[in-house]
Design a binder for this molecule. Structure first.
Ligand SMILES: Cc1cc2nc3c(=O)[nH]c(=O)nc-3n(C[C@H](O)[C@H](O)[C@H](O)COP(=O)(O)OP(=O)(O)OC[C@H]3O[C@@H](n4cnc5c(N)ncnc54)[C@H](O)[C@@H]3O)c2cc1C
Length: 511
């Protein structure tokens, strides 16, 4: 009889086959690797912890005595960049911020190795204009501008640079990039791709939002397109055949403009905002929100604390900064159409590996892109801003942050949930040895792996219209503020979404 598997069983099986494959990429099964003595320290998983989230998904909400009942004007769920920005904006109001983890920052949490601050996820800023610029000024943060050598492309065994203006190296890759830039300039110069709030009135933006990016680049050399695909995958969790022309052209414009990096990267932004808010009286960490009910006075919610005790909170206006799917699960009495729209944003998944090295192995450029046969899409160098500021010393060593997004979110999630750290990192290190030589591994002192099961909402065609519909819901005492609802999933959008939500909350607070 043929074996019939449920979708979940099928994905688990598939991931175990894939993981076995990862182990084989350097000739060893994952069990053999485990048996081998590792030369470096492999730290426990960072990033998402799925245990409580999966219980909430499966309806296993703990029932017990309510330890406390409190009332606030505003409650913010989530302490990532959006939740923190919301708290900063509401700092003179009566509010409470609830974050499920022990650390604030969400996808912009980080670590430190020998004085080099590194990120578990969110790394750089693609612009410092507008509301984000205002926030940075208020916080007195000055990100380092990277103009030259932002990106390199591993091509025929060498890391190549493409001049943003003219193209210095006239190899095939440069020619293709320059041809692409010439085509893209017609879009970049003509349309304001950042004007996402105009999606319902700007026909050009609407057309770009509806178009699959693949249809715009079908005449380009496939080898060149691998790099574009990888750039989009790493930035958006969706490649050429998945994302819209609007999402792709917006993202790829970073290739011709400077990017900005803080020492310690985006976790420095999160930490600085966190220092500016009165955490003692307004912030509860290790606070997992299980359920929310909207009512005529605002909202009632239940959260558990670090030792599992349950608390009830009532508020006049609720700001939810979790990913849209979680928001739709949390609120029990959302209208069906709002629930369905939140649920319909599909997420990619992501593995990030921070390799802490005793010495610098590579420092030619900040972000370095691989062709598609590699396990990962790119790696960044965490000490770059320190080098630009002349505060880097050789004794600090180096942190390489390796990005491995999964476009098929479900397969990636199964692999990350299976959680075979040894197999996943061994495949990555085998690739890095292929690039930097076998002695590369000798420099690794420790590895920090972070997993993000629902990393980013993928900006497929129609994404902008979808988020515009979500943002127009008419529940007075509720605002959604995850970065994905402010535009492309990034820091700028998190700040925009938070500002919009706070303005709405302050306007609509039920009196
Ligand atoms: C690997 C990776 C790399 C990235 N790199 C960049 C980059 O270089 N530049 C950039 O601009 N953007 C980047 N991003 C995008 C990133 O999403 C944004 O930069 C930003 O950090 C998102 O902030 P946020 O507050 O909207 O969401 P999040 O950071 O996801 O914050 C949501 C918070 O809600 C909390 N939460 C969820 N459920 C509950 C619950 N039930 N109870 C309590 N708390 C809950 C979470 O723990 C989390 O802290 C990257 C994303 C990933 C995954």
């Amino acid at each position: 009889m043929k074996e019939r598997l449920s979708r979940r069983e099928f994905l688990t099986k598939l991931s175990s086959i894939y993981i076995a494959g990862c182990g084989l990429s350097n000739g060893l099964s994952s069990n053999q690797l485990r048996a081998q003595e590792l030369k470096y320290k492999l730290l426990p998983w960072q990033g998402d912890n799925y245990i409580l989230g999966h219980k909430m998904r499966d309806g296993q909400i703990p029932i017990g005595k309510i330890e406390s009942r409190k009332n606030f004007d505003f409650v913010i769920i989530g302490g990532g960049i959006s939740g923190l920005t919301s708290a900063y904006k509401l700092r003179n109001s009566n509010y409470l911020l609830l974050e499920q983890y022990a650390d604030l920052g969400g996808q912009a949490r980080g670590g430190n190795y020998n004085g080099i601050g590194y990120t578990l996820g969110s790394a750089y800023l693609s612009s410092i204009d507008g509301e984000l610029g205002k926030l940075l000024d208020e916080l007195k943060l000055k990100p380092v501008q990277i103009n030259e050598h932002t990106n390199s492309w591993y091509y025929d065994g060498k890391f190549e640079f493409i001049s943003k203006a003219t193209g210095l190296n006239q190899n095939d890759l440069s020619k293709n990039f320059n041809n692409f830039f010439n085509q893209a300039k017609l879009i970049w110069n003509k349309y304001n791709l950042d004007n996402v709030s105009e999606i319902n009135t700007d026909n050009n933006l609407s057309k770009l939002d509806d178009t699959l990016f693949a249809s715009c680049v079908k005449d380009f050399n496939p080898r060149f397109l691998e790099y574009i695909d990888n750039y989009l995958m790493s930035s958006l969790c969706g490649g050429i055949n998945k994302v819209s022309a609007w999402a792709a052209y917006s993202t790829l414009s970073e290739l011709v403009t400077p990017i900005y990096v803080l020492p310690g990267q985006n976790p420095t932004l999160a930490k600085t905002i966190a220092q500016k808010i009165d955490q003692k009286n307004t912030t509860v960490k290790n606070a997992f929100v299980w359920s929310i009910e909207m009512n005529k006075d605002g909202a009632k919610l239940y959260y558990s604390d670090s030792i599992g005790l349950m608390h009830e909170v009532n508020c006049k206006h609720l700001i939810i900064t979790t990913i849209p799917m979680v928001a739709s699960r949390l609120v029990s009495n959302l209208p069906d159409d709002v629930k369905a729209n939140l649920m319909s944003l599909k997420n990619g998944s992501y593995l990030v590996a921070n390799l802490c090295l005793s010495k610098q192995v590579f420092n030619k450029s900040y972000d370095n892109w691989m062709p598609s046969q590699y396990e990962f899409r790119d790696f960044t160098i965490a000490e770059t801003p320190y080098e630009i500021l002349n505060t880097y010393e050789a004794k600090m060593g180096s942190v390489m942050t390796v990005y491995k997004p999964f476009e098929n979110g479900a397969i990636g999630r199964s692999m990350l949930l299976a959680g075979d750290r040894f197999a996943l990192i061994s495949a990555i290190i085998a690739n890095l040895q292929n690039i930097f030589g076998n002695s590369f591994e000798d420099n690794i002192e420790q590895v920090v792996l972070s997993r993000f099961g629902h990393a980013m909402a993928i900006a497929v065609p129609g994404y902008l219209k979808k988020i515009s519909i979500i943002n127009q819901h008419n529940i007075d005492s509720l605002s959604f503020a995850h970065c994905s609802l402010g535009g492309l999933p990034c820091v700028q959008s998190a700040v925009t979404a938070a500002n919009n939500a706070c303005n709405r909350a302050l306007r609509r607070k039920v009196g």
